[in-house]
Design a protein. Structure first.
Length: 676
């Protein structure tokens, strides 16, 4: 075990997660970060002494365990809680240093199908390998079985002696091994419940979830199972690549086209579970038969885990992704999840006309709702109807967040807030996953990608065939080119995001330009992925956002005047203004001509003239004031090219003044109409 320097300690401290619970001594990462220069030399001496003595002090092995209820489980049952442990902060720093020194030894022997908590990769790569196995079977006209195995209390029952033996066999020797042994001996935990702490409990088995080394230790503990499954030589292959057991930490899946082979693979897992003293729960383990054929019913047999039969189900979840017999997403369940997330955020202001500003609520939508609604959807077979359902839900939500009516043009709904349709969001996830693959040239998924891109044509069901079509759609370099000469991670991220946003922005602008109801909306000045000035200008002021929602209805042609009602009534309703009863009520009449609204209007008109005088000559100002179309354009959307020579600073002032005027006129008009 190498000794460490002060600079290494400082770097480790800076990488600590902030905003976390304090340890049993009440210390948080923030305490140490705020005195890093003073405390780093002291911590360096302490940790180097621990390395010299090869003994971890008892005070650094005391954890505070908080039981966290598992999602959707009955809270009265103890087994439905997951214990998350907060370890001592100095212990976290020590574990981070140990982890940094042992991972170069362990990583080369980590099985390629283990994709949990692995640097520079994603857990969803395991899901991608399952997807590609399923797609291979579909290309061949075969069915396939997916078995998901549930390791009961996986982290909590790790046998320490077996773990330490496996670490030794994998090259962890001398000081490193002795330190890890000391770290697991005489460790204690206190349980935190309702703010109270229990007596100390000695930990004789298990790995603390929440500790820095926990994931590294667990992956080493079950690593031999993955090698045993590969060595059986009866697994599933894509070309020459074995993809039998895609795994993420303790989430193990088995894939095979025959139940007899699946039984053998299950026996191997069961043998190692018994050998290492942990249990695979047969009641929570499941098998899904994907793309079943008529002939399979004759050959099919039960698969057992020990003496227990593993149930065959219509749908099972692995890595949070539902898998059914058609490998298609359960859209209704995803929409229910999205709605629940939105309802949970309503208390924070995520709703329409009386909530936060649309920019903030849109950020809440993209940060919290979209990830839950679309999680792993790119790994499934997505039908056009599925995309349409997601699109309808997103469009409806964005209308509500912006205070727009149901008949608001789709192009305006997206352009105003800087959003892209659901199809584009799904494609972004495809491209993000591929970016992960091209950065790992030595990985299994890289070799699978290269094979599939070379061998599969446009008629294949392969995930990579869909990827090629997406690249062509957005005019991105071909996937095979990117495999050979990959850009760095940030370059690729910028490249594909820019391409996708530009494509949908241009499509929406083209659609908007054909809508006569949107002729007042400036589409030229809009930038891909950026909100319109009407929303940028209100920032986080809910009252100003409420005013802007009235203005947005004028911009999108969805504010209903008397002339609109007359047009759709078939002559039964007059288009005469109900306020002044003199002229037809259209937008210009409402904004500038209705005499009943003069007292509300005049102060704002004077203010608009004053703002214009800062950059325009008197003659030009009068030209704008006298031109009905320009005056309407200036009031409704001052960013439009039809109203030129307005500085960015003055646009903000005009936007604020016009917003105030429109809202004042709207309130006065509404009050009079209610009385009538």
């Amino acid at each position: 075990m190498e000794k460490i320097s002060v600079e290494e300690i400082k770097k480790t401290i800076k990488n600590l997660n902030k905003g976390k619970s304090p340890d049993h001594a009440g210390i948080t990462a923030e305490h140490i970060c705020h005195c890093i220069n003073e405390i780093a030399p002291i911590l360096t001496e302490i940790i180097n002494t621990i390395i010299d003595l090869k003994e971890v002090p008892a005070v650094l092995k005391v954890g505070v365990l908080t039981p966290v209820l598992k999602k959707g489980k009955e809270k009265s049952l103890p087994q439905n809680y997951r214990g998350i442990t907060v370890t001592p902060l100095i212990g976290k720093i020590l574990e981070s240093i140990i982890k940094k020194q042992i991972e170069p030894i362990l990583n080369p022997t980590q099985h390629e199908l283990q994709r949990g908590f692995t640097e520079d990769t994603s857990p969803l790569i395991a899901a991608l390998l399952i997807t590609e196995c399923i797609n291979e079977a579909k290309d061949k006209g075969e069915s396939i079985y997916l078995e998901t195995l549930d390791a009961e209390k996986a982290f909590d029952v790790v046998w320490h002696d077996s773990l330490l033996r496996k670490l030794y066999l994998d090259g962890i020797e001398g000081d490193q091994w002795l330190l890890l042994k000391s770290l697991h001996e005489e460790a204690y935990t206190t349980v935190k419940w309702n703010g109270e702490l229990s007596n100390m409990i000695q930990i004789k088995q298990g790995i603390r979830q929440g500790a820095k080394l926990s994931t590294t230790m667990y992956k080493r503990f079950n690593n031999n199972i993955l090698y045993a499954l590969e060595d059986a030589r009866i697994g599933t292959y894509i070309g020459s690549e074995n993809v039998t057991s895609p795994t993420c930490a303790d989430d193990l899946a088995l894939v095979h086209k025959e139940t007899t082979a699946l039984q053998t693979l299950t026996n191997i897992v069961h043998y190692h579970a018994c050998k290492d003293r942990f249990k695979i729960n047969p009641t929570k383990s499941e098998i899904v038969h994907i793309y079943p054929q008529k002939k399979d019913s004759i050959e099919e047999q039960e698969v057992k885990l020990g003496e227990s039969i593993i149930q065959q189900v219509e749908e099972s979840k692995h890595l949070g992704i539902e898998r059914n017999s058609n490998n298609t997403p359960n859209i209704q369940e995803r929409l229910r999840t999205a709605r629940k997330t939105m309802y949970a955020l309503m208390g924070a202001g995520m709703h329409g006309t009386n909530g936060l500003s649309p920019i903030i609520t849109f950020n809440m939508w993209t940060t919290y709702v979209i990830p839950r609604m679309l999680h792993g959807i790119e790994m499934l077979t997505i039908r056009k109807g599925d995309i349409n359902s997601l699109e309808m839900f997103q469009r409806k939500t964005l209308k509500q967040l912006q205070g727009l009516p149901k008949n608001a043009p789709t192009a305006a709904v997206y352009l105003l807030i800087g959003a892209i349709p659901a199809e584009g969001l799904i494609h972004l996830r495809f491209l993000s996953t591929f970016g992960n693959i091209i950065q790992n040239k030595d990985s299994l998924e890289y070799r699978v990608a290269k094979r599939q891109l070379v061998y599969k044509d446009g008629n294949s069901n392969s995930w990579f065939t869909t990827l090629v079509q997406i690249h062509e759609k957005y005019e991105l370099p071909s996937p095979i080119t990117l495999l050979e000469t990959p850009p760095n991670k940030n370059q690729w991220k910028t490249q594909y995001k820019t391409a996708v946003k530009k494509f949908w922005h241009d499509s929406l602008v083209e659609e908007a330009n054909y809508k006569t109801s949107l002729n007042l909306l400036d589409t030229i000045g809009l930038k891909p992925g950026k909100p319109h000035t009407v929303w940028e200008n209100v920032k986080n002021n809910p009252f100003e956002a409420h005013k802007a929602m009235v203005k947005v209805k004028l911009m999108t042609g969805t504010y209903r005047f008397q002339c609109d009602r007359a047009k759709f009534s078939g002559g039964r309703i007059s288009d005469t203004c109900k306020l002044c009863k003199k002229e037809s009520e259209d937008m210009h009449h409402f904004l500038f001509q209705c005499e009943v609204l003069d007292t509300k209007r005049k102060p704002y008109i004077q203010k608009l003239k004053s703002i214009l005088s800062e950059t325009h000559e008197e003659q030009v100002i009068e030209g704008i004031i006298q031109d009905n179309e320009k005056m309407v354009q200036l009031t409704v959307d001052c960013t439009h090219p039809a109203v030129s020579r307005i500085t960015h600073k003055n646009r903000g002032k005009i936007e604020q003044t016009a917003r105030g005027m429109i809202y004042a006129l709207h309130r006065e008009r509404s009050a009079i109409l209610v009385k009538e």
